[in-house]
Each structure stands twice: as C-alpha cells, then as structure tokens.
Design a protein around this ligand. Structure first.
Ligand SMILES: NC(=O)c1ccc[n+]([C@@H]2O[C@H](COP(=O)([O-])OP(=O)(O)OC[C@H]3O[C@@H](n4cnc5c(N)ncnc54)[C@H](O)[C@@H]3O)[C@@H](O)[C@H]2O)c1
Length: 284
C-alpha cells in the first residue's frame, strides 16, 4: 500500500519538520496538535519556511501554494481516521506515547500503520498497546527534518515485513535515505552520538574548557558541522535528557548516565533553542 495521507501527532520541532517534508513530497498531511494556537503557529512557521525557499529560488510560487494546500492542522485526533500512516512526534515520554497508541488504535483504519518518531524508547511497548502490533514500527527522522537525509526505520519484534517495506517506501518518497535497525534503545545514531554529547556536557561542567572552546575544538578538530553543546541546544535539553535516561535504563552503561548539568538546566527550563536559552542564548 502506498502512503498517500499521513497523520502527524505533535506540532513541536519534529512534527512541524516532518509535515513540511511529507507535504513537499506530494503527500497529504493532517497535523494534530492539542491546542489550536500551536496548530496555527505551525502553519505560520511552514508559510515562513516556504516563503524563504521561494525567495532563494528553491521553490516556485505555484509549488508553495500546492504544498500549503496539502497540510491541514487539526486539534481533534478523530481527524486522523483516514490516514494510511500516523507518525507520532509528541514528547519523549513512554507513558504519554503508550496512551496515544491506545487511542490511535481505536481511531485509525485497520490498514493504517502506526509509527513513532521516538529517539530511543522501546517501540514494542507502544506496539503492544494496540491490536495491530505487526503494523507498528519506528520512523525516526532527524533534526531539522527538511535538511537531514537519514531516516531510521525501526523494526519491533512484532513488526511485519510489509510494514517495514511500506514505511521504507514512504521515507524514500520523502527524499530520505532509510536504514533499517532493530528496536534497541538509541537505534544506530543516538546509541553512538549520545555518549559523546553527554561527555561534552560533563567536560563543560568540570570546567575543563569553555563552552566556545569545546564547540570550536570538535568543529575544527573533527570537521563536525556543529559543536556538541550547540547540538544539544538544537535537539532540546529535555529531549536529550529523556534520550539519555532511556539509554541508561536499557544498558546501565555509565557513559549514558546523564551529566548533572543537563538535569539542572532542564529543571531551570533552559531547554536550548526552543526556550531561547540553553548553553547559548538565542533571539526569539
Ligand atoms: N529534537 C530532536 O532533535 C529530535 C530528533 C528526532 C526525533 N525526536 C523525537 O521526536 C519527538 C518529539 O520531539 P520534539 O523535539 O519535536 O519535541 P518538542 O518538545 O518540540 O515537541 C513535543 C510536542 O509534543 C506535545 N506534547 C507533549 N505532551 C503531549 C501529550 N501528552 N500528548 C500529545 N502531545 C504532547 C507538545 O505540546 C509539543 O508540541 C520525541 O519523541 C523525540 O525524541 C526529536
């Protein structure tokens, strides 16, 4: 089954980004946010992003209109009933995601694939909240979704080959390079990336070097496009902490034990770019 209509739940950083990617790929998008104000802000953000692409000559005006016409922002979960694939991109919290899968299972057509954009959480736990664990998998986009080429397709032990094939085809239609990975915390990228980011926060906290020098060192010394502290701000410190906690819960590896400074910054609501303050300060 080709995916022609996608539902996205959660209009945060990732939900908005994936909505743009899918709509640009010609897929109809129903984006569900709990609050109308967030749904409206997402549409305004999409309009702004597309207008910039027109200004830069990357998109023509007719395409811009067509992309916007394919996105519908809603607050009622029931509007996702006709979607071929629903991708949840809500907060990285297993209880919230399990509750949502239970609701989606009741609302969505039997043929629909229910997918999670989780960075680390066990996909099987979400699958077992539904009556269709063979139609549940992970479809893990990267941030910012319109720019990053990779999608990890995550196979839970219950996921069918058909579900993997259909979601892999969806990622390809979206212009992404899918890789397949089994349902183990952190999948490929975050299992490798997060010990590095966490250790950068520990170096910073220990005063081994300044924020700017840590970031400059990894950009200049390893040719990385961003420093680790900048990247933590981009991901969001709340999401980063949740990712580390899920990795630590699974492996009990001290490299995954969150740097205390991350926990303190989350308590202080210094979440990075999304709150305009993290390791760096950002203009609103
Ligand atoms: N930030 C990243 O770099 C990144 C990259 C890949 C995947 N992810 C994953 O994508 C998901 C979303 O992350 P994000 O960065 O977009 O977060 P975000 O904080 O920007 O957005 C989360 C959204 O979830 C909503 N939400 C919170 N609790 C909810 C609930 N109980 N029910 C419904 N909606 C709820 C919030 O209102 C918000 O709109 C997470 O699972 C995260 O691990 C994040």
């Amino acid at each position: 089954m080709a995916i022609k209509r996608v539902g996205i739940v959660g209009a945060g950083i990732m939900g908005s980004g994936v909505a743009e990617v899918a709509a640009k790929a010609g897929i109809e998008v129903v984006l569900r946010s709990r609050a109308q104000s967030t749904a409206d802000a997402m549409v305004a953000g999409l309009e702004k992003s597309l207008a910039k692409q027109v200004e830069r000559g990357k998109l023509d005006d007719a395409e811009r209109g067509a992309v916007l016409g394919r996105v519908r922002a809603v607050t009622d979960l029931g509007e996702l009933a006709d979607c071929d694939l629903v991708l949840e991109s809500i907060v990285e919290d297993l209880a919230a995601k399990k509750h949502l899968f239970n609701e989606l299972d009741r609302i969505c057509a039997d043929r629909a694939i229910l997918a999670t954009n989780t960075s680390t959480l066990p996909v099987i736990e979400m699958a077992m909240e539904t009556g269709r664990p063979d139609r549940v998998c992970g479809v893990h986009f990267f941030n910012p979704a319109p720019m990053m080429a990779l999608v990890e397709i995550v196979r839970a032990i219950t996921t069918s080959d058909e579900t993997i094939d259909e979601t892999t085809a969806f990622a390809t239609t979206c212009g992404k390079n899918p890789v397949q990975v089994k349902d183990q915390a952190g999948f490929i990228v975050n299992a490798l990336l997060f010990p590095y980011l966490n250790n950068a926060a520990k170096l910073y906290d220990a005063g081994v070097a300044t924020r700017d020098d840590i970031d400059a060192a990894m950009k200049g010394g390893c040719n990385f496009p961003m420093g680790p502290l900048e990247l933590l701000d981009l991901v969001g410190l709340d999401t980063s902490l949740a990712i580390l906690e899920a990795l630590y819960a699974e492996f009990k590896d001290p490299n995954y034990a969150a740097a205390p400074v991350l926990r303190r910054m989350v308590s202080a609501e210094r979440l990075g770019r999304k709150t305009s303050l993290g390791f760096y300060e950002y203009k609103r």
